[in-house]
Write a protein that binds this ligand. Structure first.
Ligand SMILES: Cc1cc2nc3c(=O)[nH]c(=O)nc-3n(C[C@H](O)[C@H](O)[C@H](O)COP(=O)(O)O)c2cc1C
Length: 441
Protein backbone atom coordinates (compact mmCIF):
# COMPACT_ATOMS: atom_id res chain seq x y z
CA UNK A 1 0.00 0.00 0.00
CA UNK A 2 1.40 3.39 -0.95
CA UNK A 3 1.85 6.13 1.57
CA UNK A 4 -0.28 9.16 2.12
CA UNK A 5 1.77 12.26 1.30
CA UNK A 6 1.43 16.00 1.06
CA UNK A 7 0.64 17.45 -2.36
CA UNK A 8 3.88 18.27 -4.14
CA UNK A 9 2.94 18.10 -7.81
CA UNK A 10 3.45 21.54 -9.23
CA UNK A 11 3.60 20.29 -12.79
CA UNK A 12 1.31 17.99 -14.72
CA UNK A 13 4.36 15.87 -15.44
CA UNK A 14 4.99 15.24 -11.72
CA UNK A 15 1.37 14.33 -11.05
CA UNK A 16 1.10 11.95 -13.99
CA UNK A 17 4.44 10.35 -13.05
CA UNK A 18 3.19 9.75 -9.49
CA UNK A 19 -0.01 8.18 -10.81
CA UNK A 20 2.08 5.88 -13.02
CA UNK A 21 4.30 4.95 -10.09
CA UNK A 22 1.15 3.93 -8.19
CA UNK A 23 -0.12 1.94 -11.19
CA UNK A 24 -3.03 4.34 -11.65
CA UNK A 25 -4.35 5.16 -15.08
CA UNK A 26 -5.37 8.75 -14.28
CA UNK A 27 -7.65 10.25 -16.95
CA UNK A 28 -6.03 13.39 -18.34
CA UNK A 29 -6.64 15.87 -21.12
CA UNK A 30 -4.40 18.79 -22.02
CA UNK A 31 -7.46 20.53 -23.44
CA UNK A 32 -10.17 21.48 -20.94
CA UNK A 33 -12.71 22.18 -23.65
CA UNK A 34 -15.05 19.31 -22.72
CA UNK A 35 -15.30 20.63 -19.16
CA UNK A 36 -16.74 23.89 -20.42
CA UNK A 37 -19.33 22.33 -22.73
CA UNK A 38 -23.05 22.64 -21.89
CA UNK A 39 -25.28 19.62 -21.19
CA UNK A 40 -29.02 19.36 -21.61
CA UNK A 41 -30.96 17.25 -19.12
CA UNK A 42 -34.68 16.81 -19.74
CA UNK A 43 -34.73 19.96 -21.82
CA UNK A 44 -32.83 22.09 -19.30
CA UNK A 45 -29.50 23.50 -20.43
CA UNK A 46 -26.66 23.42 -17.92
CA UNK A 47 -23.94 25.83 -19.09
CA UNK A 48 -20.85 23.77 -18.21
CA UNK A 49 -19.71 20.62 -16.40
CA UNK A 50 -18.38 22.22 -13.24
CA UNK A 51 -20.56 21.49 -10.22
CA UNK A 52 -20.35 23.02 -6.78
CA UNK A 53 -20.78 20.12 -4.42
CA UNK A 54 -23.08 20.47 -1.41
CA UNK A 55 -21.24 21.88 1.59
CA UNK A 56 -22.90 22.95 4.78
CA UNK A 57 -22.19 26.50 5.82
CA UNK A 58 -23.73 26.21 9.30
CA UNK A 59 -24.90 29.77 9.07
CA UNK A 60 -28.67 29.62 8.79
CA UNK A 61 -30.97 31.24 11.32
CA UNK A 62 -32.56 29.21 14.08
CA UNK A 63 -35.52 28.39 11.87
CA UNK A 64 -33.28 27.23 9.02
CA UNK A 65 -33.59 30.18 6.62
CA UNK A 66 -30.39 30.98 4.71
CA UNK A 67 -28.45 33.79 6.39
CA UNK A 68 -26.27 36.58 5.05
CA UNK A 69 -23.25 34.30 4.66
CA UNK A 70 -25.29 31.84 2.60
CA UNK A 71 -26.35 34.66 0.24
CA UNK A 72 -22.69 35.64 -0.04
CA UNK A 73 -21.52 32.06 -0.60
CA UNK A 74 -24.07 31.12 -3.25
CA UNK A 75 -23.75 34.50 -4.97
CA UNK A 76 -20.01 33.87 -5.29
CA UNK A 77 -20.56 30.40 -6.78
CA UNK A 78 -22.92 31.91 -9.35
CA UNK A 79 -20.70 34.86 -10.24
CA UNK A 80 -17.81 32.39 -10.48
CA UNK A 81 -19.45 30.68 -13.46
CA UNK A 82 -20.25 27.27 -11.98
CA UNK A 83 -22.67 25.40 -14.25
CA UNK A 84 -24.44 23.52 -11.50
CA UNK A 85 -24.80 24.52 -7.87
CA UNK A 86 -25.78 21.67 -5.58
CA UNK A 87 -26.99 23.37 -2.41
CA UNK A 88 -25.87 22.09 0.93
CA UNK A 89 -27.70 19.58 3.11
CA UNK A 90 -30.99 21.16 4.11
CA UNK A 91 -32.92 19.43 6.84
CA UNK A 92 -36.55 18.48 6.40
CA UNK A 93 -37.21 18.72 10.14
CA UNK A 94 -35.81 20.25 13.31
CA UNK A 95 -34.95 16.88 14.88
CA UNK A 96 -32.98 15.88 11.77
CA UNK A 97 -30.65 18.88 11.80
CA UNK A 98 -26.93 18.16 12.11
CA UNK A 99 -26.42 21.48 13.90
CA UNK A 100 -28.67 24.26 15.25
CA UNK A 101 -27.62 26.40 12.27
CA UNK A 102 -28.10 23.88 9.51
CA UNK A 103 -30.41 24.97 6.69
CA UNK A 104 -33.95 23.69 7.14
CA UNK A 105 -36.79 24.29 4.71
CA UNK A 106 -40.38 24.77 5.87
CA UNK A 107 -43.54 26.50 4.71
CA UNK A 108 -42.56 29.43 6.97
CA UNK A 109 -39.26 30.14 5.21
CA UNK A 110 -39.75 28.84 1.67
CA UNK A 111 -39.85 32.44 0.41
CA UNK A 112 -36.35 33.07 1.76
CA UNK A 113 -35.10 30.09 -0.25
CA UNK A 114 -36.83 31.56 -3.30
CA UNK A 115 -35.08 34.87 -2.65
CA UNK A 116 -31.75 33.07 -2.41
CA UNK A 117 -32.37 31.39 -5.78
CA UNK A 118 -33.34 34.72 -7.36
CA UNK A 119 -30.16 36.24 -5.94
CA UNK A 120 -28.05 33.38 -7.36
CA UNK A 121 -29.63 33.57 -10.83
CA UNK A 122 -29.22 37.34 -10.87
CA UNK A 123 -25.51 37.09 -10.00
CA UNK A 124 -25.02 34.58 -12.80
CA UNK A 125 -26.96 36.65 -15.34
CA UNK A 126 -25.23 39.91 -14.32
CA UNK A 127 -21.84 38.29 -14.85
CA UNK A 128 -22.40 36.05 -17.88
CA UNK A 129 -25.66 37.21 -19.48
CA UNK A 130 -29.19 35.81 -19.46
CA UNK A 131 -28.23 32.65 -21.36
CA UNK A 132 -25.99 31.43 -18.57
CA UNK A 133 -28.39 29.90 -16.10
CA UNK A 134 -26.80 27.70 -13.42
CA UNK A 135 -28.72 24.58 -12.52
CA UNK A 136 -29.79 24.68 -8.87
CA UNK A 137 -30.28 21.51 -6.84
CA UNK A 138 -31.45 21.41 -3.22
CA UNK A 139 -30.11 18.55 -1.11
CA UNK A 140 -32.75 17.36 1.35
CA UNK A 141 -31.54 15.50 4.38
CA UNK A 142 -32.36 14.00 7.72
CA UNK A 143 -29.17 13.48 9.72
CA UNK A 144 -30.36 10.32 11.47
CA UNK A 145 -27.65 9.05 13.84
CA UNK A 146 -25.70 12.29 13.35
CA UNK A 147 -28.56 14.61 14.24
CA UNK A 148 -27.59 17.36 16.64
CA UNK A 149 -30.21 20.09 16.61
CA UNK A 150 -29.14 21.53 19.97
CA UNK A 151 -30.46 21.45 23.50
CA UNK A 152 -30.39 18.10 25.25
CA UNK A 153 -31.69 16.23 22.20
CA UNK A 154 -30.49 12.63 21.90
CA UNK A 155 -30.54 11.26 18.38
CA UNK A 156 -31.51 7.71 17.51
CA UNK A 157 -29.97 5.24 15.12
CA UNK A 158 -31.63 3.14 12.46
CA UNK A 159 -29.35 0.14 12.61
CA UNK A 160 -26.62 -1.17 14.85
CA UNK A 161 -23.25 -0.81 13.18
CA UNK A 162 -20.03 -1.72 14.96
CA UNK A 163 -17.99 0.38 12.52
CA UNK A 164 -19.88 3.57 13.28
CA UNK A 165 -20.02 5.14 16.66
CA UNK A 166 -23.35 4.19 18.11
CA UNK A 167 -22.49 6.28 21.15
CA UNK A 168 -22.84 9.26 18.85
CA UNK A 169 -26.50 8.72 19.53
CA UNK A 170 -26.24 8.63 23.27
CA UNK A 171 -24.09 9.99 26.04
CA UNK A 172 -22.18 7.95 28.60
CA UNK A 173 -23.24 4.37 28.85
CA UNK A 174 -26.76 4.89 27.62
CA UNK A 175 -27.72 2.35 24.96
CA UNK A 176 -28.68 3.93 21.66
CA UNK A 177 -32.34 4.09 20.83
CA UNK A 178 -33.62 2.90 17.47
CA UNK A 179 -35.95 4.71 15.11
CA UNK A 180 -39.29 2.90 15.02
CA UNK A 181 -41.25 2.47 11.81
CA UNK A 182 -43.68 5.14 12.96
CA UNK A 183 -40.73 7.54 13.48
CA UNK A 184 -39.63 6.79 9.92
CA UNK A 185 -43.17 7.19 8.55
CA UNK A 186 -43.32 10.63 10.17
CA UNK A 187 -39.92 11.64 8.72
CA UNK A 188 -41.05 10.40 5.30
CA UNK A 189 -44.09 12.66 5.45
CA UNK A 190 -41.95 15.75 6.09
CA UNK A 191 -39.46 14.63 3.43
CA UNK A 192 -42.25 14.49 0.87
CA UNK A 193 -43.31 17.95 2.03
CA UNK A 194 -39.66 19.04 1.53
CA UNK A 195 -39.76 17.93 -2.12
CA UNK A 196 -42.83 20.10 -2.70
CA UNK A 197 -41.23 23.04 -0.90
CA UNK A 198 -38.09 22.74 -3.04
CA UNK A 199 -40.31 23.07 -6.10
CA UNK A 200 -42.07 26.11 -4.61
CA UNK A 201 -38.69 27.71 -3.86
CA UNK A 202 -37.79 27.52 -7.55
CA UNK A 203 -35.03 24.91 -7.51
CA UNK A 204 -34.38 23.05 -10.76
CA UNK A 205 -34.00 19.76 -8.93
CA UNK A 206 -34.17 18.15 -5.53
CA UNK A 207 -31.69 15.62 -4.11
CA UNK A 208 -32.97 12.81 -1.91
CA UNK A 209 -29.66 12.46 -0.10
CA UNK A 210 -28.47 8.90 0.52
CA UNK A 211 -24.83 9.27 1.48
CA UNK A 212 -22.29 9.85 4.24
CA UNK A 213 -24.01 7.84 6.98
CA UNK A 214 -27.10 10.03 7.28
CA UNK A 215 -30.54 8.50 7.61
CA UNK A 216 -31.27 7.30 4.06
CA UNK A 217 -27.77 5.93 3.61
CA UNK A 218 -28.06 4.20 6.96
CA UNK A 219 -31.18 2.47 5.68
CA UNK A 220 -29.31 1.25 2.60
CA UNK A 221 -26.84 -0.65 4.77
CA UNK A 222 -29.44 -1.79 7.34
CA UNK A 223 -29.16 -5.41 6.15
CA UNK A 224 -29.49 -6.62 9.74
CA UNK A 225 -32.54 -4.55 10.73
CA UNK A 226 -35.08 -7.21 9.93
CA UNK A 227 -37.79 -6.03 12.33
CA UNK A 228 -38.58 -2.97 10.21
CA UNK A 229 -40.38 -2.27 6.94
CA UNK A 230 -37.32 -0.10 6.11
CA UNK A 231 -34.58 -2.66 6.79
CA UNK A 232 -33.43 -6.13 5.75
CA UNK A 233 -34.43 -6.87 2.14
CA UNK A 234 -33.46 -4.63 -0.79
CA UNK A 235 -37.09 -3.66 -1.23
CA UNK A 236 -37.37 -2.61 2.39
CA UNK A 237 -34.04 -0.75 2.54
CA UNK A 238 -35.02 1.30 -0.50
CA UNK A 239 -38.67 1.80 0.49
CA UNK A 240 -38.15 5.29 1.92
CA UNK A 241 -36.28 6.46 -1.19
CA UNK A 242 -38.89 4.90 -3.46
CA UNK A 243 -41.80 6.60 -1.75
CA UNK A 244 -40.10 10.00 -1.62
CA UNK A 245 -38.80 9.82 -5.18
CA UNK A 246 -42.30 8.94 -6.37
CA UNK A 247 -43.75 12.10 -4.84
CA UNK A 248 -45.92 13.57 -7.58
CA UNK A 249 -44.19 16.82 -8.42
CA UNK A 250 -42.75 18.47 -11.52
CA UNK A 251 -39.34 19.10 -9.98
CA UNK A 252 -36.49 16.90 -11.25
CA UNK A 253 -35.40 14.23 -8.75
CA UNK A 254 -31.75 13.47 -8.10
CA UNK A 255 -29.83 11.37 -5.59
CA UNK A 256 -26.45 11.84 -3.96
CA UNK A 257 -25.29 8.34 -3.16
CA UNK A 258 -22.41 6.80 -1.26
CA UNK A 259 -21.81 4.12 -3.88
CA UNK A 260 -19.35 2.17 -1.69
CA UNK A 261 -18.44 2.39 1.94
CA UNK A 262 -15.28 0.31 2.37
CA UNK A 263 -17.02 -1.04 5.46
CA UNK A 264 -17.56 -4.78 5.07
CA UNK A 265 -21.01 -6.21 4.39
CA UNK A 266 -23.45 -6.32 6.20
CA UNK A 267 -22.46 -2.92 7.65
CA UNK A 268 -21.51 -1.05 4.49
CA UNK A 269 -23.37 -0.44 1.23
CA UNK A 270 -21.90 -1.25 -2.20
CA UNK A 271 -19.66 -3.96 -0.79
CA UNK A 272 -19.08 -7.60 -1.68
CA UNK A 273 -21.56 -9.81 0.25
CA UNK A 274 -18.70 -12.17 1.09
CA UNK A 275 -17.73 -9.69 3.84
CA UNK A 276 -14.42 -8.72 2.26
CA UNK A 277 -13.10 -5.18 1.76
CA UNK A 278 -13.98 -5.41 -1.94
CA UNK A 279 -16.33 -2.93 -3.60
CA UNK A 280 -19.27 -4.56 -5.39
CA UNK A 281 -21.57 -2.32 -7.42
CA UNK A 282 -24.30 -4.95 -7.93
CA UNK A 283 -26.82 -3.42 -5.50
CA UNK A 284 -25.93 0.10 -6.57
CA UNK A 285 -26.73 -0.83 -10.16
CA UNK A 286 -29.96 -2.51 -9.08
CA UNK A 287 -30.96 0.68 -7.27
CA UNK A 288 -30.09 2.91 -10.22
CA UNK A 289 -31.87 0.59 -12.66
CA UNK A 290 -35.05 0.83 -10.61
CA UNK A 291 -34.98 4.61 -10.25
CA UNK A 292 -33.54 5.48 -13.68
CA UNK A 293 -36.96 6.33 -15.14
CA UNK A 294 -37.49 9.02 -12.49
CA UNK A 295 -33.92 10.07 -11.54
CA UNK A 296 -31.86 11.34 -14.49
CA UNK A 297 -29.04 12.81 -12.38
CA UNK A 298 -26.87 11.06 -9.76
CA UNK A 299 -24.08 12.47 -7.65
CA UNK A 300 -21.61 9.77 -6.59
CA UNK A 301 -19.72 9.94 -3.34
CA UNK A 302 -18.41 7.31 -0.93
CA UNK A 303 -18.28 6.24 2.67
CA UNK A 304 -19.13 7.84 5.98
CA UNK A 305 -16.88 10.87 6.58
CA UNK A 306 -16.85 10.45 10.36
CA UNK A 307 -15.49 6.94 9.85
CA UNK A 308 -13.40 7.02 6.67
CA UNK A 309 -13.28 10.62 5.37
CA UNK A 310 -10.23 9.99 3.18
CA UNK A 311 -12.13 7.74 0.74
CA UNK A 312 -14.55 10.52 -0.27
CA UNK A 313 -12.56 13.60 0.66
CA UNK A 314 -8.82 13.05 0.13
CA UNK A 315 -6.80 15.53 2.19
CA UNK A 316 -3.28 16.55 3.15
CA UNK A 317 -3.99 17.24 6.79
CA UNK A 318 -6.60 15.27 8.74
CA UNK A 319 -9.27 16.95 10.83
CA UNK A 320 -7.73 18.21 14.10
CA UNK A 321 -4.46 16.61 12.96
CA UNK A 322 -5.90 13.09 12.95
CA UNK A 323 -3.26 10.54 11.89
CA UNK A 324 -3.05 10.15 8.09
CA UNK A 325 -4.77 7.18 6.44
CA UNK A 326 -2.85 4.26 4.98
CA UNK A 327 -3.30 5.12 1.33
CA UNK A 328 -2.18 7.75 -1.15
CA UNK A 329 -4.75 10.40 -2.06
CA UNK A 330 -4.48 9.46 -5.75
CA UNK A 331 -5.57 5.92 -4.91
CA UNK A 332 -8.75 7.29 -3.32
CA UNK A 333 -9.38 9.66 -6.23
CA UNK A 334 -8.87 6.87 -8.77
CA UNK A 335 -11.31 4.64 -6.84
CA UNK A 336 -13.98 7.35 -6.98
CA UNK A 337 -13.33 7.99 -10.68
CA UNK A 338 -13.53 4.28 -11.41
CA UNK A 339 -16.76 3.73 -9.44
CA UNK A 340 -18.46 6.74 -11.01
CA UNK A 341 -17.11 5.80 -14.45
CA UNK A 342 -18.47 2.28 -14.21
CA UNK A 343 -21.93 3.67 -13.44
CA UNK A 344 -21.80 6.31 -16.17
CA UNK A 345 -20.69 3.72 -18.73
CA UNK A 346 -23.40 1.29 -17.58
CA UNK A 347 -26.12 3.95 -17.70
CA UNK A 348 -25.14 6.18 -20.64
CA UNK A 349 -28.56 7.86 -20.71
CA UNK A 350 -28.23 9.11 -17.15
CA UNK A 351 -25.91 11.82 -15.88
CA UNK A 352 -23.38 11.34 -13.09
CA UNK A 353 -21.48 13.90 -11.05
CA UNK A 354 -18.05 12.75 -9.83
CA UNK A 355 -16.68 13.71 -6.40
CA UNK A 356 -13.36 14.11 -4.62
CA UNK A 357 -11.41 16.31 -7.06
CA UNK A 358 -10.28 19.16 -4.80
CA UNK A 359 -7.02 17.55 -3.68
CA UNK A 360 -5.84 17.76 -7.33
CA UNK A 361 -5.65 21.54 -6.94
CA UNK A 362 -4.77 23.33 -10.23
CA UNK A 363 -4.80 19.99 -12.09
CA UNK A 364 -8.48 19.17 -11.49
CA UNK A 365 -9.61 20.68 -14.83
CA UNK A 366 -7.29 18.40 -16.83
CA UNK A 367 -8.23 15.29 -14.89
CA UNK A 368 -11.90 16.32 -15.06
CA UNK A 369 -11.77 16.91 -18.81
CA UNK A 370 -10.02 13.53 -19.19
CA UNK A 371 -12.83 11.87 -17.21
CA UNK A 372 -15.49 13.53 -19.38
CA UNK A 373 -13.66 12.59 -22.59
CA UNK A 374 -13.69 8.95 -21.46
CA UNK A 375 -17.44 9.19 -20.66
CA UNK A 376 -16.77 8.40 -17.00
CA UNK A 377 -18.93 11.27 -15.69
CA UNK A 378 -21.05 14.10 -17.07
CA UNK A 379 -20.08 16.59 -14.37
CA UNK A 380 -17.02 17.23 -12.21
CA UNK A 381 -17.96 18.11 -8.64
CA UNK A 382 -15.87 20.41 -6.48
CA UNK A 383 -16.41 20.67 -2.76
CA UNK A 384 -13.63 22.34 -0.78
CA UNK A 385 -12.24 23.87 -3.95
CA UNK A 386 -15.49 25.82 -4.31
CA UNK A 387 -15.05 27.34 -0.83
CA UNK A 388 -11.48 28.32 -1.67
CA UNK A 389 -11.84 29.23 -5.33
CA UNK A 390 -15.50 29.89 -6.21
CA UNK A 391 -14.53 31.64 -9.44
CA UNK A 392 -12.41 28.78 -10.79
CA UNK A 393 -14.73 28.30 -13.82
CA UNK A 394 -14.48 32.01 -14.62
CA UNK A 395 -10.68 31.81 -14.60
CA UNK A 396 -10.85 28.74 -16.84
CA UNK A 397 -13.15 30.58 -19.27
CA UNK A 398 -10.84 33.57 -19.45
CA UNK A 399 -7.33 32.17 -19.09
CA UNK A 400 -7.77 28.43 -19.69
CA UNK A 401 -6.01 27.63 -16.41
CA UNK A 402 -6.25 27.95 -12.66
CA UNK A 403 -4.19 30.16 -10.42
CA UNK A 404 -2.22 27.91 -8.01
CA UNK A 405 -2.37 30.71 -5.43
CA UNK A 406 -6.16 30.40 -5.24
CA UNK A 407 -6.57 26.62 -4.92
CA UNK A 408 -7.75 24.58 -1.92
CA UNK A 409 -4.88 23.11 0.09
CA UNK A 410 -7.03 20.34 1.64
CA UNK A 411 -6.10 21.38 5.18
CA UNK A 412 -9.46 20.27 6.67
CA UNK A 413 -10.03 23.56 8.49
CA UNK A 414 -13.45 23.88 6.85
CA UNK A 415 -14.40 20.54 8.37
CA UNK A 416 -13.07 21.67 11.74
CA UNK A 417 -15.30 24.75 11.58
CA UNK A 418 -18.20 22.43 10.91
CA UNK A 419 -17.38 20.05 13.74
CA UNK A 420 -17.12 23.03 16.09
CA UNK A 421 -20.54 24.19 14.91
CA UNK A 422 -19.43 27.58 13.59
CA UNK A 423 -19.98 29.11 10.12
CA UNK A 424 -17.92 27.19 7.63
CA UNK A 425 -15.69 28.41 4.82
CA UNK A 426 -12.09 28.60 3.66
CA UNK A 427 -9.77 30.17 6.19
CA UNK A 428 -6.84 30.07 3.77
CA UNK A 429 -8.34 31.86 0.76
CA UNK A 430 -11.34 33.78 2.07
CA UNK A 431 -10.84 36.85 4.28
CA UNK A 432 -14.27 36.34 5.80
CA UNK A 433 -13.07 33.17 7.56
CA UNK A 434 -9.35 33.85 8.04
CA UNK A 435 -9.45 35.25 11.56
CA UNK A 436 -11.71 32.47 12.71
CA UNK A 437 -9.30 29.90 11.29
CA UNK A 438 -6.48 31.41 13.31
CA UNK A 439 -8.56 31.48 16.48
CA UNK A 440 -9.30 27.75 16.37
CA UNK A 441 -5.60 27.04 15.73
C1 LIG B 1 -17.24 21.71 5.09
C2 LIG B 1 -17.88 20.61 4.30
C3 LIG B 1 -19.25 20.43 4.33
C4 LIG B 1 -19.85 19.40 3.59
N1 LIG B 1 -21.21 19.30 3.58
C5 LIG B 1 -21.80 18.38 2.77
C6 LIG B 1 -23.21 18.36 2.60
O1 LIG B 1 -23.94 19.21 3.11
N2 LIG B 1 -23.72 17.39 1.81
C7 LIG B 1 -22.95 16.46 1.16
O2 LIG B 1 -23.47 15.60 0.44
N3 LIG B 1 -21.60 16.51 1.27
C8 LIG B 1 -21.02 17.44 2.03
N4 LIG B 1 -19.66 17.54 2.07
C9 LIG B 1 -18.84 16.66 1.19
C10 LIG B 1 -18.54 17.39 -0.14
O3 LIG B 1 -19.72 17.62 -0.87
C11 LIG B 1 -17.56 16.60 -1.01
O4 LIG B 1 -18.11 15.35 -1.34
C12 LIG B 1 -16.21 16.36 -0.35
O5 LIG B 1 -15.71 17.57 0.21
C13 LIG B 1 -15.19 15.81 -1.35
O6 LIG B 1 -15.08 16.67 -2.45
P1 LIG B 1 -13.82 17.68 -2.61
O7 LIG B 1 -12.61 16.81 -2.69
O8 LIG B 1 -14.09 18.39 -3.89
O9 LIG B 1 -13.82 18.56 -1.42
C14 LIG B 1 -19.05 18.54 2.81
C15 LIG B 1 -17.67 18.72 2.79
C16 LIG B 1 -17.08 19.76 3.49
C17 LIG B 1 -15.59 19.96 3.38
Amino acid sequence: MSEHEKFRYKSAFDLIAKAKELGIDLPWSDSIESLMQPVVIEGVRIPNRITVQPMEGFDSDENGAPGELAFRRYGRYAAGGNGMIWYEACSVSRDGRSNPHQMMISSDNVDQFRMLNDHVRKHAADTFGQDHRPFLVLQLTHSGRYSNPGGDFQSKIFSDNPYLDNRQAASGDRQPEFYSDSDIDRIKTVYIEGVKLAERAGFDAVDVKACHGYLLHEMLFAYDRTDSRYGGSFENRTRFMREVLNTPSKIMKTVRLSAFDLIPYPYGFGMNPNGSAEVDPAEVKKLITEFAPIVPLWNISAGVPRHNAHIGRPFDRGTFNAPPPQEHQLTAIARLIHATGELQLTFPNLHFVGSGYSWLRQHFPNVGAGVINQNKASFIGLGRSSFAYPDAPNDLMHTGRLNPKKVCISCSKCIEFMRLGVPTGCWMRDEEYRTKGKVIG
